[in-house]
Each structure stands twice: as C-alpha cells, then as structure tokens.
Design a protein around this ligand. Structure first.
Ligand code: URA
Length: 209
C-alpha cells in the first residue's frame, strides 16, 4: 500500500498557516504557495540517488557527488496545480513540465480529460504529479490513470493539503504511489471542500470567484 509523508518542516507549517488564513490576499497567497512549493521540492527530492564523480577544485582533485537518478518531470493538474510549478522549478530547474486538464462530467460526475500534454520520455522520468488539494481524490486518480496509460512508470503525488477521504480513494486505485503533503486535514464538508482547508485553491491563486 502507498505511504503518506507529511512534510513537518517548521517553515512549511508556518507558511501553510498564512496560506490557510482567509485574510491573506491573492498576491501574498501566490507568493506563499510559491515558497512552500520550493520547500516541498527540497523535501521530496531528499532520497534522490547520488553518484560519485571526480572534480578538480583549484586546490586538488577530489571525489564528490552529483545526482545520478532519472530525470524529473512535473505534472500539475490544471488549474490550481500550476501555482506550485514555478516554486518547484527553482530547485529542479531542468525538470520538464507536462499538463493534465480534467473537467467533471455534469451527469456522471466522473472526471474527463480535456487536455494532456506530456514530455515524450515520461516513461524514463521520475514524475511528480501536483494537485494542491486532494479532496475527493477524483482528479488525482484520473490524472495518474491518464499518465499510466501513456507509459509513466515512476510517480509521486504532491499536495498542499489532503483529506483522509481523498487519500483513501487515491490509494484504493493507485496503491503503488506515495503521497507527499504539507498537511492532512480533518475531513470533507458536504460541498467537497477540505475542512479546515484553505478554500478553493484555484480561486485564491488567481483571484477568481
Ligand atoms: N479543491 C479546492 O481547491 N479546495 C478544497 O477544499 C477542495 C477541492
């Protein structure tokens, strides 16, 4: 079964509190999400494998380490996932970025793909799927299914906040994929919002309503 990792770094938790605060305006919200995303990128890459190389310093030759693993791909789920991309790219600047867009069918309520654009070599990349709010889990499940269908083999799911219901649903369908979050909240309300959550992440990022 997949695991859930909560990033409890004090800076992440501090900034998440202000992200949650309803009096935080669009500009500051965006900046805080950007900063937390950068810190989460630092944490999520902690286990990346290294290989030894020989480097010549101005003083002498020495053995040292560089990243050895597969190349990284970021896959934000539109629209709110976009808000976390730039912060992550600050630490993983060579990552390629794919996009998955989904809408909910008004009758079946099932998520339907309307846009999928991915790097051609996703099967060789370590993909980080970005869904800031793992609420019912429907979008994250559908996005990862879409990526597996196109050959993705190695994935992690990264969220700002997850609801227990979303985690359970996601791991029922994708038990092979670990989830990395800044917080696991209490539950979903009757409208599918995470409680206490932060409201609608897309609306708060882009100033819409
Ligand atoms: N999507 C959001 O943006 N917020 C929630 O609370 C749930 C889903």
């Amino acid at each position: 079964m997949g695991k859930v990792y909560v990033f409890d770094h004090p800076l992440i938790q501090h900034k998440l509190s202000y992200i949650r605060d309803k009096s935080t305006g669009t500009k500051e919200f965006r900046e805080l999400v950007d900063e937390v995303s950068m810190l989460m990128a630092y944490e999520i890459t902690r286990e990346m494998p290294l290989k030894e190389v020989e480097i010549e310093t101005p003083v002498m030759t020495c053995k040292t380490s560089v990243l050895a693993g597969k190349k990284v791909g970021l896959v934000p789920i539109l629209r709110a996932g976009l808000g976390m991309v730039d912060g992550m790219l600050k630490l993983i600047p060579a990552a390629k970025v794919g996009h998955v867009g989904l809408y909910r069918d008004p009758e079946t309520l099932e998520p339907i793909e309307y846009y999928v654009k991915l790097p051609s070599d996703i099967n060789e990349r370590e993909l980080i799927v970005i869904d800031p709010m793992l609420a019912t889990g429907g979008s994250a499940v559908a996005a990862v299914t879409a990526l597996k269908k196109r050959g993705a083999k190695n994935m992690k799911l990264m969220c700002l906040i997850a609801a227990p219901e979303g985690i359970e649903k996601f791991h029922q369908v994708h038990p092979d994929i670990d989830i990395y979050v800044a917080a696991v909240d209490d539950k979903l309300d009757d409208h599918g919002y995470i409680v206490p959550g932060l409201g609608d992440a897309g609306d708060r990022l882009y100033g819409t309503k």
